[in-house]
Design a protein around this ligand. Sequence first.
Ligand code: DAH
Length: 345
Amino acid sequence: MADDATDELKKLEGQAQTHLQQCADEAALRAWNTQYFGDKGLVKAALAKLSTIPKEQRGTYGKEVNRVKEDLTRAYDAALASAKAAALQASLTANPLDVSLPGRGRPRGRLHPATQILRQIYTIFADLGFQVYRTREVETDELNFEFLNMPAHHPARDMWDTFFTTTPGVVLRTHTSPGQIHVMREAAGKPIRVILPGMCYRNEAISTRSEIQFYQVEGLVIGEGVTMADLKGTITAFARRMFGPERRVRIRSSYFPFTEPSIEVDIDWPKDDPNRDRLTKGTGWLEILGAGMVHPNVLRAGGYDPDKVTGFAFGMGPQRMLMLKHAIDDIRLFWQNELRFLRQF
Ligand code: DAH
């Protein structure tokens, strides 16, 4: 009985060693390991047999089975180590590493030009005591038009080519002006001095001059005794920080439904700029924004009493300003992800 067991053990050892030598790679070795040393492995079984061996021969068998176990383990460890080394060697020769190659450049990101000009605007207005207030890009018809003193069928609505959504009464905002209502309602009667930057959308035929999406920066100041002089001073300070300390500002009468009176603001364009005539159509003056004193109906829609407070508002197109500053002649460049354009800023 014991002799049979010892013979079997010898056979098992021989078979395991042969088998091991046939293993070509790490995966095969691991399968071998499971076959012999796994929970249901053959070596495990040989060890378990110990209890069936008559007592007097048990010591001999036990020693032998342990020796086989240790030898096989050692052989396996060695085979595994050399298989790993061989695999590494193969990968190094298959894909030789050329340490003399120049390193890969790490592309450096940058802020989009529109973001850059927006931040410049935030900085200037921050110095003038303005906070940034962000509002939604999807608005109701009420907010985008009605509360801004443009009831349905008001002809002034023609100034904004609107994107309507499939939900009745919900539009993509055509300007940042509806933000005025949001900020007034949140401030609930307190004085306000904010800018409202953000994306606006218009249903335009895309051309070098118009896009269906563009940024605006709205401004809103409300308080007791706010006057047109404050508006003029604020805009002049802004224009000089943005376009140069010598800039002169010209105010023209205009019309917007949400302001009364309404104005448009021009700056004189530097005489030494070769683009001056083209940009200003020969006049030397260039429009930079629309503005005015907040209409009483708008104040009321925001929950303010026009008999107690007054305010001014303005709206500008930061991308247009950037186009002026850098003589960019195609507004479509902003959203084309054309790196040759973007890398210049
Ligand atoms: N919302 C106007 C537009 O998109 C711009 C504007 C003009 C805003 C005058 C104002 C303003 O706040 O007072 O054309």
